[in-house]
Design a protein around this ligand. Structure first.
Ligand SMILES: [Zn+2]
Length: 485
């Protein structure tokens, strides 16, 4: 299967290979030589074939060490290649490409997780930890999430170094552990413990956003420009219990369900930020009729409440409009013939940027209005505490021009006419640790995927070969632009 003009470009390349001047793709961006593609493919293969799952067979350190070796072999100073982490099996790699001259300008950080989700070999048609090329695809665990970007950025840094490129500000690449699971999240650990190594003007995280294809045609390019904060709360009602033949009005199950019913009926206040305003502004241009009118009406000051209510019926809009909290688990009682001594629910919240988990905990307490209920915070690691963190994701600034201008220009050169849209992610990625530390983060994967072929975390994960070559072109030009060319 072929994507775009892959075979044509190969022909053009084979003519150009004898020249030493940079090659240019049809879109006039510099592209890669066959020898460079071989190297980039080798890096990708090596990463896929090192198991980085959070299992006894997996080792993040094997992968980061292998990349460390490549950087040192290429002549990066050992002072700029740091292998570090809280666990011998979960070492992160932080590589710095130094600016040509000392500068007060803050660096750019490319943040890439290098761990992958476990793959059940029996579900796959190839070995998930073998790099297999067939039918125009690269197969293997991590080909979509996100070793393709890890490899593309490792290659890009090596290529720039080899070419003698000197940015005007430092460029940093962090390859990190435990985004998909595990106890040693590298992004969180680095920003907490080694801020000096990862401090940057902003963060580019290729683990989000990206280019969606429909039958090979690029449809939309999403840039995640902010994201919600994930938080779990444990809500507990306790009671002295008793014999079920003698019921009383006080009852742990009734008290808990009364509170959950209040939650079911409650909507957190409608909010917008610079990113969601842009998102709905763009969407309004693509929609028609009442939908488009409603989108424009929510952008007005004050927003039209009826339009907000109508659009909120769509869960993906609703979740972009406000903090959401929903009951996700329930456990209560201990015997069929006993009054319940406890009833407990998990309430999962996705918090709108600008609010802290503790602020939301207080709002839940106020909403339930029952002092007999206990509302505690549950951390990602499952630790239950009486109060929640005060840290909030920063209210996103208007998308930075120094990021969006080159991103849009380069994207348009590779995928002509593709609209690039900033959006707020309702889920969560490693960007959140940096957002909570006050950094603007942009999630953009430069790989194009068929919208019906998203296989991240699934079986037979694969990436169109051509998408990988295009990602190399993108990151080369993008890294240079962010380093002020
Ligand atoms: Zn990922």
């Amino acid at each position: 299967m072929h994507f775009f003009s892959f075979s044509k470009r190969l022909t053009a390349l084979s003519f150009a290979v004898c020249f030493t001047v940079p090659l240019f793709a049809q879109n006039s961006l510099p592209t890669t030589t066959p020898a460079e593609r071989t190297e980039a493919r080798d890096i990708f293969k090596q990463l896929i074939e090192i198991n980085t799952t959070d299992t006894p067979k997996g080792s993040v350190t094997s992968a980061t060490k292998a990349m460390q070796k490549r950087f040192l072999d290429a002549g990066f100073s050992p002072d700029d290649v740091h292998l570090l982490g809280p666990d011998p099996n979960k070492m992160n790699l932080v590589v710095r490409m130094r600016a040509a001259a000392p500068t007060t300008e803050k660096p750019v950080l490319f943040l890439c997780h290098i761990d992958v989700v476990e793959a059940l070999a029996s579900d796959w048609h190839t070995d998930p930890f073998q790099f297999v090329e067939k039918d125009g695809y690269f197969y293997g665990r991590g080909t979509q999430d996100m070793k393709e970007s890890d490899a593309a950025l490792v290659f890009t840094f090596l290529r720039l170094h080899k070419e003698g490129y000197k940015p005007k500000r430092d460029l940093i690449l962090a390859l990190t552990a435990d985004e998909e699971g595990g106890k040693f999240n590298g992004a969180s650990w680095l920003v907490t413990n080694h801020r000096d190594l990862v401090d940057a003007a902003f963060v580019i995280n290729p683990d989000a956003g990206g280019i969606e294809l429909d039958h090979g045609k690029p449809i939309v390019g999403d840039v995640e420009a902010t994201e919600k904060v994930y938080a779990d709360y444990q809500v507990t009602a306790t009671n002295r219990g008793g014999h079920s033949s003698l019921p009383r009005p006080d009852n742990a199950i009734y008290e808990l369900t009364a509170a959950l019913n209040k939650l079911a009926a409650y909507s957190f206040p409608f909010e917008m930020n610079e990113v969601t305003r842009m998102y709905f502004g763009n969407l309004a241009k693509q929609e028609a009729g009442e939908m488009a009118d409603d989108m424009r009406a929510i952008l007005a000051t004050p927003p039209n409440a009826d339009a907000v209510a109508r659009l909120s019926k769509e869960p993906s809009f609703n979740s972009n409009f406000r903090t959401t909290c929903v009951a996700t688990r329930l456990a209560a009682g201990h015997a069929n013939n006993a009054l319940p001594q406890s009833a407990q629910a998990n309430v999962n919240c996705r918090i709108f940027p600008g609010h802290s988990p503790e602020e939301i905990r207080q709002q839940l307490i106020a909403l339930f209005g029952d002092t007999k209920l206990n509302v505690k915070y549950v951390s990602d690691a499952g630790k239950v505490s009486d109060t929640a963190p005060e840290r909030k994701a920063i209210v996103p600034p208007p998308p930075l021009k120094e990021v969006f201008d080159p991103l849009t220009r380069i994207t348009d050169a590779i995928w002509p006419g593709l609209p690039v849209t900033p959006e707020m992610e309702d889920g969560a990625s490693d960007s959140i640790y940096f957002a909570q530390a006050g950094y603007a983060c942009y999630g953009f994967s430069a790989v194009a995927l068929e919208r019906n072929d998203v296989r991240a975390h699934g079986q037979d994960e694969r990436l169109p070969v051509d998408s990988y070559w295009k990602a190399l072109d993108f990151f080369y030009s993008f890294a240079k632009a962010l380093g002020h060319a």
